[in-house]
Structure formats: C-alpha cells, structure tokens
Ligand binder design. Structure first.
Ligand code: G3P
Ligand code: CA
Length: 242
C-alpha cells in the first residue's frame, strides 16, 4: 500500500487543532487520513479535543469529564488560533467520522484514555464507526495499551496501534503480545531494522509527529507506512517528489 499522509489534529499548521475547519482543510489539501483525539463529557458524549481541559484550545475552562456536552459545545475553539476562526466548536466525534466517510478518508482515532479511564469509551467508539461503516477505514491508537486490548475484545477486526514515546525493546514483538495490528512510534525511534521486522510480521508503522521536511524524506525513504503530520501540504509534496 502507498504511503499515507495523516493530518494530525486536522491540518493543524494552518487551522485550530481538532476543529471542523482543520479537518475540512486537511480534506481540501488532499490528506489520506485524519488523526484526532477523543474524550468523554460528563454525560458520556464523545468529543474531539486533545487536552483533558478546555483552557489551552478554547475560551472555556474546566475538565471535559466534569462538563456536559452542552457546556463543552458552548465554548469557542477557534479564536485562540486567530480571529478568522472565531465560532469554531469542539466537534462531536460523529461529525468527523461523517466527514471522513463522505470524502473517503481514513481515520486515526486516538483514545485519550491514558490519563483518565473513560469507562466504555472503546465500545462507544466502535459503535459509532459501525454506524458510519468506517471500521475498515480506521486505526484506533492509544498510549494505554490495556485500552487497545479492550478495543479488540469489542471488535477484533478493527486496526489498533500502540502509541509510545520511549524506544521500546523489540516493539514488533511487544505489539504482537498486546494483540495490536499496527505500531505508532515516536519519530526518532524508527530505524530500518525496526521497519523490516515489523513488516515481516505484517505490522504497519506510522510515526508521529513529522513536521520537518528533512525528516519526512528520511522516513519516506526508509519505507514507513504513513506520516502523521501538522504540515499536510509539505508531506504530500515530499511524497510526490520521492
Ligand atoms: O497519534 C500520534 C499523536 O497524536 C500522539 O500525541 O499528544 O499529539 O496526541 P498527541
Ligand atoms: Ca493524538
């Protein structure tokens, strides 16, 4: 399969991360996939935001888990990035899944389950993907690898990926042990040996977050399966020119 470009939190270099305008701009630029982060509100609704709290990326305050959907949807998620983006909302997961389904993009849904245990999140995400017939176009990733086990229990056929920061000893063997079907490593830990061994075990490798063109070239030449990037156009150009 050709190398895929995933827009990290949407086209977040040019639009406020994890908003519908950022996802739409990624679609317009020609990204193959959308990466996004999911949390649960107090009333168990799935919303797309990176942090546990609203402060950094909205004009609101407080923890997503302590707020209702109505409270989360009331805040402005665009103004912090620039006046042009005023009025952007924290998206529902269903809005992003619908966009990807409509325009034929892949999804990388990151469950933000590693600091807060959101009970039932895995089951809710799978149900949403089934509603939009997007199971086969999605990879679910998480830094909490127990959560990925639960995903596979609910839906054995969905692609899952371990996320990790440190350089794991034999990540391909670890991935097999956890039962995931892909590897999403922190970018400097990718080596040729690691790619060769992962590919021999049919484990795609999609490093994050690749924003420098030099590193895009290095990883494309090494044979990664995807780049997760904020800079969608630069990555697509590098791919075209290799
Ligand atoms: O999917 C890789 C990457 O998104 C993980 O880190 O902090 O950007 O969610 P973060
Ligand atoms: Ca993420």
């Amino acid at each position: 399969m050709a190398i895929q470009i995933y827009a990290h939190r949407g086209y977040s270099a040019i639009a406020p991360e994890n908003t519908m305008i950022a996802f739409q701009k990624a679609v317009d630029a020609g990204a193959h996939g959308l990466e996004l982060d999911v949390h649960l509100t107090k009333d168990h609704e799935m919303v797309v935001i990176h942090d546990e709290t609203l402060q950094r990326t909205t004009n609101g305050r407080g923890r997503v888990r302590n707020l209702s959907l109505e409270e989360v949807r009331r805040v402005d998620a665009g103004s912090w990035f620039g006046d042009d983006f005023q009025g952007e909302r924290v998206p529902l997961l269903s809005e992003v899944v619908a966009l990807a389904a409509r325009d034929g993009l892949s999804l990388n849904i990151e469950l933000k389950n590693n600091k807060i245990a959101y009970e039932g999140l895995e089951r809710q995400v799978i149900a949403m993907l089934e509603d939009y017939d997007m199971i086969n176009q999605t990879v679910i990733s998480c830094f909490d690898h127990y959560s990925l086990r639960r995903v596979k229990e609910v839906c054995p056929k969905v692609d899952t990926a371990i996320l990790y920061m440190a350089n794991l000893f034999e990540p391909w063997e670890y991935a097999r042990h956890v039962g995931v079907t892909s590897i999403h490593p922190y970018r400097p830990t990718v080596t040729r040996e690691m790619l060769t061994k992962s590919h021999a075990l049919n484990l795609p490798v999609r490093p994050f977050t690749i924003n420098q063109e030099k590193e895009m070239r290095r990883l494309i030449d090494m044979g990664v399966d995807a780049l997760i990037t904020d800079n969608v156009k630069e990555a697509l150009n590098e791919l075209k020119n290799r």
